[in-house]
Structure formats: structure tokens, C-alpha cells
Design a protein around this ligand. Structure first.
Ligand code: AHG
Ligand code: MN
Ligand code: MN
Length: 334
């Protein structure tokens, strides 16, 4: 039997293969792995540790922060700011971006993070996640960071990943040369490579959308869903957990599309471009899938502010392109 590869070994091997992967990035990825284990520990014992439920505060989106939202945010902030590789962090749970060290003068990288995704599922013991994204700073080292460092298009991501606290805990990430998944062995507290070179199956069959949004979504989305429903005889099926990471992870393994559309009341949908959509779009692209907003490729979209929302359609190419055809059809029929 060959020896199992740990996350740490994999990160080091990647650095050796790609000279552009710096020591700072290696350190940063290692730190994310450590923070993931700490958050995982709290997620696993949340019902016992008195950290289920609301924290009593709200985040910048006026959403009630759960205690685990706050814990996860603090944990990633603490570990990433201590690591010296990160100049600044944009988090769902913080109104403004955080500058590390001396106004972000040091550290080559900028991190965007949704520390705890799927908050509404915490109290009912349903899978949740963390989503992260890493960019190179755009301002020169030694100067303070500015807005531009945090508003880079998704196509400039250096690393994107997520942690999935599911029936087992997985860390899945890409550095731009494929996607690899690692499963946490709780007995030894180590992530091991379990899903090398993850790729969407050629033909997706799952569609994931909050059914309550369909009637108020754009005509193209309605048409696409009607088409999916008509194809259930051919194997299509609906699955929706309500935790983006979980829905994305399942569709990556089984093949499918996740949709969070614009609606009549929310013209930009609900999901946030910089720390929810773009990281998963980059992973999807690296796994042979694709991601769009209402207009097309989401990775080329220029973010205008940190907490910007965007409609989001991500997954297997055949299904995302099927949706694109519906946009073209609806445009033609006026
Ligand atoms: P978060 O918990 O980070 O605020 O994200 C919640 C998101 C996402 O995880 C999920 O896909 C979506 O909200 C579900 O929204 P609906 O309840 O409107 O379907
Ligand atoms: Mn989220
Ligand atoms: Mn969140």
C-alpha cells in the first residue's frame, strides 16, 4: 500500500514543482489548514459547547450572526493575521477590509473569506462550509493596501478553496492547475489527499435552486427549470441543501448546476461576488466546469465593492451552457 499524502506534503510538493509558488503562499495555505481544523473542532461539538444559535449581533448585510459565524471569523482572522504572508483580509463578517501588520505594507497576499457558509443550517446539524480566495496584492510591497487590492476580478485569483464540514470534513482547493480534495482524519488530526484531480462528470444531471425563488427569477431561469423538470424521465433530479459549499461540493462530485438567480426583489440575487461566487467559479473552471452571472463569464466581472452581490450559476458545462441557451432564446423572443 502506498503512503497517504498529507495536505502539508502536497503543499510542499506543489511549491517544489512550481517555482512561482512562493514560501509565503505555502505558509498561508498551511495556516488555512490549521484554522480549518480549529473551526472543524468547534463545528463538531457545537451542540455541546453552547455555541449553537444567534450571537445577538448582525453583520454588514443585516443578517443575524450565529455564534459559529463569529467564532470562525475570529479564528481565521487571528491565524491569518499572525502568519506574515497576508497583507489584508476581506470577510463576510466584517464591514470593511482588515489590514494586517503595518497598514498592510507587508505580506504578498490578500485573502477574501466567507468564514462560515450556510449559517442557517448550523442549528439543525446540516453540513456547512468555509470559502476562501487568495490574490496577489496589487500595490507594491512596503506601501499600504488600498481598495483595488480587494476588488480584483476572479480571473486574478491565485488560490481558491473551501472547507466542507460534512459527514466527513474536506478541504478542497486549486492553485490554478487542477483541483484536489483532502479529507480530515479526526483520529490523527491530519488532512490526507483523498480526491486527487477532481473534475465534474461530463454530463451533469442535478439542478440545485431554492424553489421559492423560481417564480420571481428571470425568464431564462424559469425556462431552464421547466426544461429540467421535463427531463426528469431522462435522469435529471433536484437537490438543494441551502449551504452553498455543500450544494457545490455534491454537484462537483455527481455533476450538476447550482443556481442563485436575480429576482424581482433582489436584482443581484443574494450571494456575494468576492468571497462566495468567485472562489467557487475558479474551482469550477479548474475542475472542467464553468460559472456565469446573468451576462456571462463571472470571473471577468470587475467587483465594485467588497460585499457586492451577484446572480450565480455554476457547475457542469452542459448545464450552465443549457442555461445560456435559455438566455439567448429569451432575448430572441423579445
Ligand atoms: P451565509 O451563511 O454565508 O450567509 O451564506 C448563505 C447562503 C448560501 O450558503 C446558501 O446557498 C444560500 O445562502 C441559501 O439561501 P436561501 O435560504 O435563500 O436559499
Ligand atoms: Mn455564504
Ligand atoms: Mn457566511
Amino acid at each position: 500500500m502506498s503512503k497517504a499524502i498529507t495536505l502539508q506534503e502536497f503543499i510542499m510538493d506543489t511549491q517544489a514543482q512550481f517555482p512561482f509558488v512562493s514560501g509565503q503562499l505555502t505558509r498561508l495555505l498551511t495556516d488555512i489548514g490549521v484554522a480549518a481544523k480549529i473551526v472543524n473542532h468547534q463545528v463538531n461539538r457545537a451542540g455541546l459547547a453552547g455555541i449553537l444559535g444567534a450571537s445577538g449581533s448582525q453583520n454588514t448585510h443585516d443578517e443575524d450572526q450565529q455564534k459559529l459565524d463569529v467564532f470562525a471569523d475570529r479564528t481565521f482572522m487571528r491565524i491569518l493575521t499572525a502568519g506574515k504572508s497576508v497583507a489584508g483580509i476581506g470577510s463576510e463578517e466584517q464591514k470593511d477590509y482588515i489590514l494586517c501588520g503595518d497598514d498592510g505594507r507587508q505580506g504578498k497576499y490578500v485573502v477574501m473569506i466567507d468564514p462560515l457558509d450556510g449559517s442557517s443550517n448550523i442549528d439543525v446539524n446540516v453540513s456547512i462550509g468555509t470559502i476562501f480566495s487568495i490574490y496577489r496584492r496589487t500595490t507594491p510591497l512596503g506601501e499600504p493596501l488600498n481598495d483595488e487590492d480587494f476588488l480584483q476580478p476572479g480571473s486574478d485569483q491565485v488560490v481558491a478553496g473551501y472547507i466542507h464540514y460534512g459527514s466527513s470534513t474536506m478541504l478542497v482547493y486549486t492553485t490554478g492547475s487542477g483541483v484536489n480534495g483532502f479529507t480530515l482524519d479526526p483520529a490523527v488530526g491530519e488532512f490526507f489527499l483523498s480526491h486527487p484531480r477532481m473534475a465534474f462528470p461530463e454530463a451533469g444531471t442535478i439542478y440545485s435552486i431554492n424553489d421559492a425563488l423560481i417564480d420571481s427569477s428571470p425568464e431564462a431561469v424559469k425556462r431552464f427549470i421547466v426544461g429540467c423538470r421535463e427531463a426528469t424521465g431522462a435522469g435529471l433530479k433536484a437537490r438543494y441543501i441551502g449551504s452553498l459549499v455543500t450544494d457545490f461540493h455534491r454537484n462537483l462530485i455527481k455533476g450538476g448546476i447550482y443556481l442563485y438567480p436575480s429576482t424581482t426583489s433582489n436584482s443581484q440575487g443574494k450571494l456575494r461576488l468576492t468571497y462566495e461566487c468567485n472562489p467557487l467559479a475558479f474551482i469550477a473552471q479548474q475542475a472542467g466546469g464553468t460559472a456565469e452571472d446573468n451576462a456571462g463569464d463571472i470571473l471577468t466581472k470587475q467587483p465594485k465593492h467588497l460585499h457586492e452581490r451577484s446572480p450565480f450559476y455554476v457547475g457542469s458545462v452542459n448545464m450552465v451552457h443549457g442555461l445560456r441557451s435559455c438566455w439567448l432564446d429569451t432575448e430572441k423572443s423579445g
